[in-house]
Write a protein that binds this ligand. Sequence first.
Ligand SMILES: Nc1ncnc2c1ncn2[C@@H]1O[C@H](COP(=O)(O)OP(=O)(O)OP(=O)(O)O)[C@@H](O)[C@H]1O
Ligand SMILES: [Mg+2]
Length: 296
Amino acid sequence: MSSAAEIQRKIRIEQIRKIRQQEEEARKRLSKIKHKIIVLSGKGGVGKSFITANLAAALAQKGYVVGVFDADIHGPSIPKIFGVHGQTLYAGPGGIMPLLGVGNVRVVSADLMLPSEESALIWRGPLKTGFIRELLSMVNWGEMDFLLVDLPPGTGDEALTIAQLIKDLDGAIIVTTPSDLTRIVVKKAITFCKQLNVDIIGIVNNMCCFICPKCGSKYYIFGKGGADKLTKEMGLRLLGDIPLDPRISEAMDKGVPFVIAFPEAEAAKKLMEIAEKVAEYVEKKPGSGGEEGEGG
Ligand SMILES: Nc1ncnc2c1ncn2[C@@H]1O[C@H](COP(=O)(O)OP(=O)(O)OP(=O)(O)O)[C@@H](O)[C@H]1O
Ligand SMILES: [Mg+2]
């Protein structure tokens, strides 16, 4: 073999060794977290980040120790929801320390590593995969009850990297909206989970309707019945319907999770109920780290 080919071979072996080492380190750190859940949809803009963040805040309100990993490298929104946008992650002796967001939720996002608000990570697949793996190998989450992972739309590199790296995922929460187009695209996310043997905890039907604050009438702005049809077709459980609420943007602007900013809102009550169902699901799951019944 020529010396150039030999050098290339050695570089490749070294790269693979480094990848394996990072995977091992990431799994070791993640093994201290009892329950790991991904939130995905297939469709963009349906409220994945809103639901991830607010389920995390709801679980923290119930007394669990919770973290959120923002795996949406190109469009991160988790830091803003938890009021840590503009802050920077720092590395301590034990690794990268998550920031503590409003509501006592530990937050890690690529956005918290960028020099300014306008900075963007312009990366292709392998770079994103490498970044997620390396970041998870370095984050010192500590002991936690729950880690929720917010995924970008689609079933691309980020989702695949997370699903393959976190082999002991408890399951996935799938977010949909009532429209027929969303239902069709969301099925792809369901197929993704099935193909990767990720259990589906259930479906959240976001933006189900608008409840008039004056008369209490319900308006089905994006249609009706799409989520029921989806759950029946795919044999899945509907975790709950979340109405539209303009105060959700208000809470985001304030940097306070909606369930904390407006606990009396119908959407916040629904999110608390869904969090309860998720906690019940993971605790009942065979081999779950939570049989002893932690939290509130
Ligand atoms: N039930 C709701 N009522 C009112 N606004 C909502 C609701 N759910 C989400 N939103 C708003 O809709 C927008 C999109 O939500 P979000 O960013 O959570 O979606 P996403 O699925 O994560 O989007 P992306 O695919 O870009 O990651 C946000 O401005 C959010 O505040
Ligand atoms: Mg999002």
